[in-house]
Write a protein that binds this ligand. Structure first.
Ligand SMILES: [Zn+2]
Length: 252
C-alpha cells in the first residue's frame, strides 16, 4: 500500500514537472515565434515600400537632389568631400567598398557621425552579375557586416559596381532587405580609359543639364575634378531652389 502511495505521489510529481517544463518550453517557443513574426512584419512592411530603381529615376520628387558618392572610403578624398558637405550644410549618401572600409574605419564612422547615409558598393568592386549566388551573397553581406561593425547602422540599400544588375543579384539582395539604388543619368566624373579626368566645368554643366528636375546624382571618390566641382554644383542647386536628400529620405 505504501509503495502504491509512493508511486502515485511520484507520478503526480512527474506530471507536475512535465507540465511545468512544457509550459516553460511553450512560452519560450511562443516568444521566439512572436519575435520572429514581428521582425518579419517590420521587414516585409519596409520591403513593400522600398522602390527598386533602375537607371532613369522619374519618380523622384521635383527639386530634390540626392548626392551620392561611390568607391570610397578613400583617404584624401572622403575627408575632403565631407569637409565640403559640412561647409555647405548638405547631406549625401556614400556607397562604400569593403577593402576601403577595413583600411579607413575612421572615415566610415565620420560619414555616419556627420549625418550622411551609407550603402553597400560590394566587397571588392567586382561585377556582381558574373558571380555565383554564394559569391553575390558574400559580397553583400560581408560589406554590410563591415559597415555595421564600425557604425552599428542598419543598411538598406546597395549600388552594384558598374551598375551591372540582373534578376539574380536583385533577388539575393532583396532576401537581405537590400534595395538597388541606381542614378538618374551619369554625370561623367570618372576617369576615362585614356586617363583623362573631366574638367570640373563639364561636371557642373552636366549637373545643370541632366538634373533640371532633381534626381539621384552619381559621383565617384578618388577624383580631383569631382572635389573641385562639388561646391559649385551644390551652390547651383541651392540657388535654384533644390534641396538635398539622403537616399533613406526617399522612404520618409
Ligand atoms: Zn564603383
Amino acid at each position: 500500500m505504501k509503495t502504491l502511495k509512493n508511486s502515485i505521489f511520484l507520478l503526480f510529481f512527474v506530471f507536475l514537472l512535465v507540465l511545468g517544463l512544457g509550459h516553460i518550453l511553450f512560452a519560450l517557443t511562443v516568444e521566439d515565434i512572436s519575435i520572429e513574426a514581428k521582425l518579419m512584419t517590420e521587414r516585409e512592411k519596409r520591403m513593400a515600400t522600398i522602390p527598386v530603381l533602375y537607371g532613369y529615376v522619374s519618380t523622384w520628387e521635383a527639386k530634390k537632389v540626392a548626392l551620392t558618392f561611390d568607391d570610397g572610403p578613400k583617404a584624401g578624398f572622403t575627408d575632403r568631400i565631407l569637409d565640403v558637405l559640412k561647409k555647405k550644410n548638405a547631406k549625401a549618401t556614400f556607397f562604400l567598398i569593403g577593402w576601403g572600409i577595413s583600411e579607413h574605419p575612421d572615415l566610415v564612422r565620420r560619414i555616419v557621425a556627420e549625418g550622411h547615409d551609407i550603402g553597400i558598393h560590394g566587397l571588392s568592386h567586382v561585377d556582381l552579375e558574373k558571380l555565383s549566388p554564394f559569391e553575390i551573397e558574400y559580397e553583400l553581406t560581408k560589406t554590410r557586416e563591415l559597415i555595421q561593425k564600425e557604425t552599428g547602422a542598419e543598411i538598406y540599400f546597395f549600388r552594384p559596381p558598374g551598375g551591372d544588375l540582373n534578376d539574380e543579384v536583385l533577388g539575393i539582395a532583396r532576401k537581405y532587405g537590400l534595395s538597388a539604388i541606381m542614378w538618374k543619368k551619369s554625370i561623367g566624373d570618372y576617369t576615362h580609359k585614356d586617363g583623362y579626368e573631366p574638367d570640373p566645368e563639364d561636371i557642373l554643366k552636366r549637373a545643370k543639364k541632366h538634373f533640371s528636375n532633381g534626381g539621384i546624382v552619381i559621383f565617384h571618390e578618388g577624383l580631383e575634378s569631382t572635389i573641385t566641382a562639388l561646391p559649385e554644383v551644390i551652390d547651383y542647386y541651392r540657388a535654384n531652389g533644390y534641396c538635398f536628400k539622403r537616399v533613406s529620405d526617399w522612404y520618409r
